[in-house]
Design a binder for this molecule. Sequence first.
Ligand code: AMP
Length: 409
Amino acid sequence: MKSKYQKIKGTFDILPPETEVWQHIESTVHSVCQQFSFQEIRTPAMESVDLFKRNIGDETDVSKEMFVWEDQSGKEISLKPEMTAPVVRAYIESGFFRKYPLCKLYYIDSFFRREKPQKGRQRQFNQFGVEAFGTKNSEQDAEIILIAKQILKKLDINNTNLMINNIGDSNTRSKYESKLKTYFNDHKNSLSELSKIRLEKNPMRILDSKEKEDQTIIENAPLIRDLLSKEEKEHFNAVLKHLKGLGIDYNENPHLVRGLDYYNGTTFEITTQSEGSQNALCGGGRYDSLVQKMGGPETPAVGFAAGIERIILEAKQELGENHIDIYISCNDEKYISKGFNIIYDLIENGYKIFFDTNKKNIKNQIKDAVKSNAKFMIAINETITVKNLLSKKEKNVSEGEILAFLKNQ
Ligand code: AMP
C-alpha cells in the first residue's frame, strides 16, 4: 500500500535493526570522548540566521544551503547547518570561558543543508564532533586528531587517510589568496566553469575542485606553506611530531583548505580509501579568531566534525541478534496486575522481556514466541507456566518461584 505521506526529500528514517548500528557508534563516541574528559554539549536545532552568515561566511556553500525562514515575528531563523558556530555561541553566552579556561566539549547531533541529495549527501545528516577552547598549543591539535582516530579505530575503520595542512592566519591567507588569484587568472581559460565562478568569490576553494580539467592547474598552484611565518611553521612541525610519536600516519596535503571562513592554522581531513567522491569522513582544524569575532574574549580553539552516515557506510558492524529472554503472555484481564508484577520483577532482575499485548490465542502466541528466538515463555493465568522454548520442557510455578526456576535452567 502506498503511504499517504512521504518523507521530505533528502531526509531518511533510521529504522530498526539499523538503529543498533547508530547506538553502537553513539556509545563509542560517548565513551572515547569521556575517556579524554570532553563533556557533552547539546544546543537547539535552530539559531538566528546571522550566527551562521556572519561567522561561517555568507559566500560559503554551507551558508548558501541553509534552511531559512522568517518566523511569525519576522525574525530570520535557520536550522543549524553545522555545530561550531552554535557551540561558540553557547560557550560565550554561558560564560564557560570563565568557568573552564581549558574547555573541552563534544556533541552528537543532526544538521540540515539544502544540498542536492546523492549518495553520502543528505539534507538532514548527523555528525559527532569535538571542540577544545583555550589553548594555541600544538598538543591540543594532536589530542583532537587522536580522538578522531581512536573513535574510528574502535569502530574498526582502519583503512583511512589523514591529510593535514596549515593554512596560516588571516594575514597569510589574504597574501596567499591574492597570489592564487593571479595564478588562476593566468590559467582562467583552462579552468572548469565552477572554478571560474570560485575564482571571483573564493579562489582558495578551487583547490577543493574535483573537476578533471582543474587538476594539473591545481598541482602546480603556489603553496601556502611558502608563505607561513616562522611561528606557524614551528606549530605545524610540532603537530606532525606529536602525530609521529603517537604512531599516527599522515599525509601532508599542501592543498587542503577547509570550506568555511573561520579556519586558520592546522586543518585536517580523514578520508576513506574506498572508491567514491564522498569519501571525507571527518574534517577539522583551528579557528583561533572565531570566539573573539563572535563577541567573546580572545580564545584559540580547535575541533573536528565527522559524518555519521558516511562512517556507517564504512563500518561493517554485524547486527546482533535481537535476543529476547522471556516472551510473556497474559491474556485474561483478571490476572493483568499479577502479570505486571511479574514483568516488573523480571526487568528488575535484568531480563529482557517481550510482552505480547495482542492477547491472541495461546497457540499462536507460542508460535510467535518461538519465531522471536526468545529462550522462555511465561503464560500467566490463574496458574503461571514457564516454558523453556529450546528444550520444550514446561512447569507450573508460583509467583515467588519464577526467578529461582529461571536461574536453574
Ligand atoms: P563539514 O561540516 O562540511 O566540514 O563536514 C564534516 C563531515 O560531515 C564531512 O566529512 C561528512 O562526512 C559529513 N557531511 C557533511 N555534509 C554532509 C551531508 N550533506 N550529508 C551527509 N554527510 C555530510
